[in-house]
Design a binder for this molecule. Structure first.
Ligand code: ADP
Ligand code: MG
Length: 611
C-alpha cells in the first residue's frame, strides 16, 4: 500500500471513491443530480486540457472558455441545421478550436505573460461578438434550441445516466492521455522549460514548439468539452462563450492543482457540485463560496490534490516521486537508482557509455571573421578559431574580453553581426539555440544553469530523457523508462565525480559541484562539441586536477572541447592549443606554452608590457 501511495499519488483513492459512488449512489440519483455531475465531467475535460497550457506550459491563457464555446457552436449548429450527429461532427468540433488556436498562436503565443493573457481575452470577445451578430447561422443572442442528445455510431444516447456515463468515460480516456503526456519525457521537457527555459533550450528542447503543442492540446480538449456540453444540455446559447466559463475553468485548475491530472477532475467535481452541497446557505452562498476559494488559494498553494499528496506522502512516509511537483524528489538512494536501471554506474574515467566516439583530428567548429557588437562595445571583433574533434582548445582573456559572448554566438543565444560559424562543414550561424544543441553542441554556463528545485540527478535525468525526445518516446511513460533514464543519469554524475550529490537539490550545491552536475547534463545529450565556461572556478586544487583528468577522458572519446578558463595551472596541462582574446580580438594563438609566454598576452593580463 505504501508503494501504491507513493507512486499513484491520489489517483488510486480517487478512482476507488468514484467507483463506489458509481455503484452505490448513481442508480438512485435524481435527474437533476445526474445533470449536474454530467456538467462536472464536461468541466473536467475542459480543465484537463487547460492543464497543458496553464499548468505544464505555465502560460495564463484566457481563451480556454472560448475554445469550448467554439466546439459547442460547431457541434450545435451542425446538429440542428445539418442533422450531423455528435460523434460524426467530432472531427470538426474538435478540429476548429484547434485551428483557431493555431491561427491565434502565430501572433500571440510568443507574447509574455500579461500580454498573452490580454490577447487571449480579446480573442474571446471577438468570437462572442461574431456569435451574437451572425444571427442567421448562430441564432444570435437567443442561440438555438432543440439540440439532439449525444449519440454513438447512429444510436442516440437517451436518458441522463447513459449520457453521464459517456461523458465520464471520455473524461477517463482524456485523463489517461493527459497522464501519459505529463508523466513521460514530454512532461519532463515541460518541467525543465518552466523551471529554466535557457537550460531547456541549451539541451535541445524546442520551447516554442512545446508551448504551441500545449496550446493546441488545450484547445482540442476544450472543443470536445464544448461539443459534449451542448448535446448534454440540449440548447446552444452565447452563455457558453461568456467569461464566467473561463473563470470557472481557471478556478478549477487552481483549486484542484494545476500540474496534476487528478487536480482537473477533483477540482471540476468540487467547483461544479459546491453550489448544490451548499444550498442550505441560500443567499449567503456566494459569500461562502468566495471565502472557501480564497482560503484554498492562500492556504493550499498547490491546490487540493497536491495537498492531499503531501498528506498521503506523510502518512506513507515517502514523498511522491515526480519532477512535475517542482519539489526535490530525493526518493531513492543513488545505489538504489542504478540497481533499478539494471546498469552499473561507470566508476572509471575510461570510455563512458554515453559519448559517441568519433574519429579525432577533424575540424569540428570553425569561426571565420565573427563579430558581435553590443551598443558601443565591440564584444567580438573579426574572430577566427578552430576546435578539432578529440582535442581541447583553451580560450583565455581578461574579464570583458568577449569569451562568454563567443560561446553565446556559437550556441545561438546571440546572432553574430558578421562572419561564419561552421560545425562539421555546416553553417550554423543564425540557427536557434535548441537547433544548434540538437546538432551536437552542448555547453555549460559561467553561472551554472540548473533547475534549483530539482535534485542533481533529476537535472541530468530530465536532459537525458528530453534530449532524445521523439514522437514515440514522448508518450512513453511508466516506471521502466524513467528508471532506465535515471540509471544513465546516475552513471553520468559518477563519471563527473558528482555521484555523491545525486539526491541534493541543485540550488543548494556549492558552485564548483553545480558545474560538475552541469557538465554531466551536457554529456547526457551525447554532444560532439562541448563548450565550458570557466569550469574550474570554485574547485580546490585537488578537485581541479581531478576535473582536468575527466575532461581529458571526454576528449579522448572523440568530443571536441572549448574550455574558457583564467586558471593557467588548470588549463595549460589540459589544452592542446590555446587562443587569447583581448577586447574582442584574437591576440595570440598556438601551443599553451607559447601563448602563455606571449608578450601581448602578458600585457593584456597585467595591463603593462612585460619587462
Ligand atoms: P568575458 O566572458 O570575456 O568576461 P563577455 O563576453 O561577458 O566577456 O563580455 C564582453 C563584452 O561584451 C563586455 O564589455 C560586456 O559588457 C559586453 N556584453 C556581454 N554580454 C552583453 C549583453 N547581453 N548586453 C550588453 N553587453 C554585453
Ligand atoms: Mg565570461
Amino acid at each position: 500500500m505504501r508503494r501504491w501511495v507513493a507512486h499513484g499519488g491520489v489517483a488510486l483513492p480517487l478512482a476507488v471513491a468514484a467507483c463506489a459512488y458509481g455503484v452505490f449512489v448513481l442508480p438512485h440519483a435524481s435527474d437533476y443530480a445526474l445533470r449536474v455531475l454530467t456538467v462536472a465531467g464536461v468541466y473536467a475535460l475542459l480543465a484537463l486540457g487547460y492543464g497543458f497550457i496553464f499548468g505544464q506550459a505555465g502560460a495564463l491563457s484566457l481563451a480556454q472558455g472560448t475554445f469550448m464555446g467554439v466546439g459547442a457552436y460547431v457541434s450545435g449548429i451542425l446538429a440542428v441545421r445539418y442533422g450531423v450527429a455528435f460523434d460524426a461532427a467530432l472531427p470538426v468540433s474538435v478540429g476548429l478550436p484547434v485551428l483557431l488556436a493555431l491561427l491565434v498562436a502565430i501572433p500571440v503565443l510568443r507574447l509574455q505573460t500579461h500580454y498573452f493573457a490580454l490577447a487571449t481575452l480579446l480573442i474571446g470577445q471577438v468570437v462572442l461578438l461574431v456569435a451574437t451578430q451572425w444571427e442567421s447561422v448562430t441564432g444570435g443572442a437567443n442561440g438555438i434550441g432543440g439540440v439532439p442528445p449525444l449519440s454513438l455510431l447512429g444510436h442516440p444516447i437517451e436518458g441522463r445516466l447513459p449520457q453521464l456515463l459517456l461523458v465520464w468515460a471520455l473524461v477517463a480516456a482524456g485523463a489517461v492521455l493527459a497522464w501519459r503526456i505529463v508523466s513521460g519525457r514530454l512532461g519532463d521537457a515541460f518541467a525543465l522549460t518552466r523551471l529554466h527555459p535557457v537550460a531547456a533550450r541549451a539541451i535541445g528542447i524546442d520551447t516554442g514548439s512545446l508551448r504551441l503543442a500545449a496550446f493546441l492540446l488545450s484547445a482540442g480538449f476544450a472543443g470536445l468539452a464544448g461539443s459534449l456540453y451542448v448535446h448534454a444540455i440540449g440548447v446552444l446559447s452565447p452563455d457558453v462563450l461568456g467569461f464566467p466559463v473561463m473563470i470557472t475553468c481557471l478556478t478549477i485548475a487552481v483549486v484542484g492543482s494545476r500540474l496534476r491530472v487528478a487536480g482537473a477532475i477533483a477540482g471540476a467535481v468540487v467547483i461544479i457540485e459546491l453550489p448544490e452541497w451548499a444550498r442550505f446557505l441560500r443567499d449567503d452562498y456566494l459569500l461562502a463560496f468566495g471565502c472557501i476559494l480564497l482560503l484554498v488559494v492562500v492556504a493550499l498553494p498547490g491546490g487540493l490534490v497536491e495537498t492531499a499528496e503531501r498528506l498521503l506522502g506523510w502518512v506513507g512516509s515517502r514523498a511522491v516521486p515526480s519532477v512535475m511537483a517542482g519539489r526535490v524528489p530525493a526518493i531513492f538512494a543513488p545505489a538504489d537508482e542504478a540497481r533499478m536501471a539494471g546498469t552499473r554506474p561507470a566508476m572509471t574515467e575510461g570510455v563512458g557509455p554515453f559519448i559517441a566516439a568519433r574519429a579525432g583530428d577533424a575540424d569540428l567548429l570553425t569561426l571565420v571573421g565573427v563579430s558581435r557588437r553590443f551598443g558601443g562595445v565591440l564584444a567580438l571583433d573579426d574572430v577566427a578559431l578552430t576546435v578539432r574533434s578529440g582535442a581541447v582548445l583553451g580560450l583565455i582573456g581578461p574579464n570583458g574580453s568577449g569569451k562568454t559572448t563567443l560561446l553565446n554566438v556559437v550556441t545561438g543565444i546571440f546572432p553574430a553581426d558578421a562572419g561564419r560559424v561552421r560545425l562539421g562543414g555546416r553553417d550554423i550561424a543564425g540557427r536557434a539555440p535548441h537547433a544548434i544543441a540538437r546538432l551536437g553542441v552542448a555547453r555549460t554556463f559561467q553561472t551554472a544553469a540548473l533547475a534549483a528545485e530539482l535534485s542533481a540527478l533529476d537535472n541530468v535525468a530530465v536532459a537525458r530523457g528530453a534530449a532524445r525526445l521523439g514522437v514515440g518516446s514522448a508518450l512513453r511513460a511508466g516506471r521502466r523508462d524513467r528508471a532506465v533514464v535515471r540509471g544513465e543519469a546516475m552513471a553520468l554524475l559518477e563519471r563527473m565525480g558528482a555521484g555523491a550529490y545525486a539526491a541534493e537539490a541543485a540550488g543548494t550545491l556549492p558552485p564548483g559541484i553545480a558545474r560538475l552536475v552541469e557538465i554531466a547534463r551536457a554529456l547526457a545529450t551525447e554532444p560532439r562539441l562541448l563548450l565550458l565556461d570557466e569550469p574550474a572556478a570554485g574547485l580546490n586544487e585537488t578537485e581541479q586536477a581531478d576535473l582536468g583528468r575527466r575532461l581529458r577522458g571526454i576528449a579522448e572519446d572523440g568530443v571536441g572541447l572549448l574550455v574558457i578558463e583564467h586558471n593557467m595551472p588548470f588549463l595549460v596541462p589540459l589544452a592542446d592549443r590555446m587562443v587569447c582574446l583581448d577586447q574582442g580580438r584574437v591576440i595570440a594563438e598556438g601551443t599553451p606554452a607559447a601563448v602563455q609566454s606571449d608578450p601581448r598576452v602578458i600585457e593584456a593580463y597585467l595591463g603593462t608590457p612585460p619587462p
